[in-house]
Design a protein around this ligand. Structure first.
Ligand SMILES: CC(C)(COP(=O)(O)OP(=O)(O)OC[C@H]1O[C@@H](n2cnc3c(N)ncnc32)[C@H](O)[C@@H]1OP(=O)(O)O)[C@@H](O)C(=O)NCCC(=O)NCCS
Length: 153
């Protein structure tokens, strides 16, 4: 089936919709101020949204550190999961990252978040370590994942 949404760079006006997804999808949702800060810091961050009929159905935030990319956040609107929204956002970000000369990517993911892990593994990520008590509220450990992004990655 053809994709029914498009992807564009996030803007300030997107913050309320992003907040709504954050609150539903994350045990420790970011605040309005944090999201705004991330979106507007375009020197080192790139936030993208998937738009369907003027509504945000998913978003991805990455941070660039030299030739590395850090996946800061990714979320799909509840009810729109398992339709490839997150995959399409990652695909788009990977294309941009490669063009920018990024060679590696890293992220942290909760050890119990097997759904997100499955997505990341499909993008070539593999675990390299554990950060104990990474998440403040849940005290959960995080897996640290790395992937090659460059040619062949
Ligand atoms: C993790 C998360 C971002 C995944 O988003 P998603 O949009 O459901 O992801 P996708 O649809 O791209 O991929 C998920 C599944 O859909 C399947 N899929 C992909 N494209 C598809 C398509 N066109 N049609 C049907 N299914 C498809 C994939 O095979 C995948 O299956 P699997 O999980 O059984 O392996 C989402 O569940 C979420 O927001 N979780 C809460 C926030 C979170 O945990 N974020 C990560 C923090 S580190």
């Amino acid at each position: 089936m053809s994709q029914t949404w498009s992807i564009r760079v996030a803007e300030r006006r997107d913050v309320p919709e992003l907040l709504a997804i954050e609150v539903e999808q994350f045990p420790e949702p970011w605040t309005r101020a944090m999201l705004l800060d991330e979106i507007t810091n375009t020197e080192t961050r790139r936030y993208t949204v998937a738009i369907e009929e003027k509504r945000i159905i998913g978003y991805l935030g990455v941070m660039y550190v030299l030739d590395e990319l850090h996946v800061n956040t990714i979320g799909t609107l509840p009810g729109r999961e398992s339709q490839g929204v997150a995959t399409s956002l990652m695909d788009e970000a990977w294309g941009v990252a490669k063009a920018r000369g990024i060679v590696r990517a890293t992220l942290e993911v909760a050890v119990t978040n097997t759904r997100a892990q499955a997505l990341y593994f499909r993008f070539g990520f593999s675990p390299v370590g554990v950060r104990k008590n990474y998440y403040e509220r849940t005290k959960e450990d995080a897996l640290v994942l790395w992937a090659d992004v460059g040619p062949g990655g």
